[in-house]
Design a protein. Sequence first.
Length: 356
Amino acid sequence: RPHRTELYEEPPSGCWPIVYSPDYNITFMGLEKLHPFDAGKWGKVINFLKEEKLIADDLIVQAREATDEDLLVVHTRRYLNKLKWSFVVATITEIPPLAFLPNFVVQRKVLKPLRTQTGGTIMAGKLALDRGWAINVGGGFHHCSSDKGGGFCAYADITLAIKFLFERVQGVSRAAIIDLDAHQGNGHERDFMDDPRVYIMDAYNRYIYPGDGFAKRAIKRKVELEWGTEDSEYLQKVHTHVEGTLNEFKPDIVVYNAGTDVLDGDPLGGLAISPQGIVKRDEVVFRAARSRGIPVLMVTSGGYQKRTARIIADSILNLHSLGLLAREQAACALGSASLDHTITHSTKDFSSLSLQ
């Protein structure tokens, strides 16, 4: 019998299915500056969306931290115990000085934010089924599997979200993962290696981390990209393979790992996609899923430049302006009359972008 979890309690019906908590952000003693990751990017995305009047604090779903019991749905006890060693967390997050800090500090300042983002992804899975779509402004820790972390990923939030749905929601038995982060998603690939219920499409730079040959066996549609791949080739491949995935496999939910590390100039991704190309890419995925009536859960994953937060916000604004983020719900705390004042259409126009 599934354990009781707060993550599946109903949020107020009026909330947008956008999940976030200020606890997502990692900031202490300047240590976050030692990793190329912008460890405050999640809060910046929310601030941009507030500036554009798309959301307000009382209109979004507050993420809750995943408990040990939640995490054990996927993770081994042995793995969770390893995270009690600061040097293990330092290795996984690629922030070496963490090794020298007491573990209670590491738990509070690094692992709690990651556990809260993981809780957010699990919550967003249920929300996506209820509302047709959901966006966790964090999450997408696709290098972590049940018993091993790496590449800044300490918890397997994608695997957890899918396993929660399979175990707790009637009628959900098939999931497609569309992983468009610049890196191969070897964590969920290892977790779902021989699971016919999960179809994985992964498009990534073939030459960079993690180069996990074993995990590649789990990928049903493998799109291996060359250094410096640009918009036209990239968007054409994404379009072809996303459509192909959803024509070939009829999932009950799409989990979309929308990494922005494909952006031109990213120090780790090695691809050359423009900001407009990323906005268009997200649109391609949402159109493909929404046109087929398949719920879509989006997580933001990797992205290592200061400008990625703006791009994620622009993408969400674009999806909204195109009607791909349905808004049939009333405002959480405001009453439906004030909804139209709260939500205005995006002023940015991306319609001139084509797939060609």
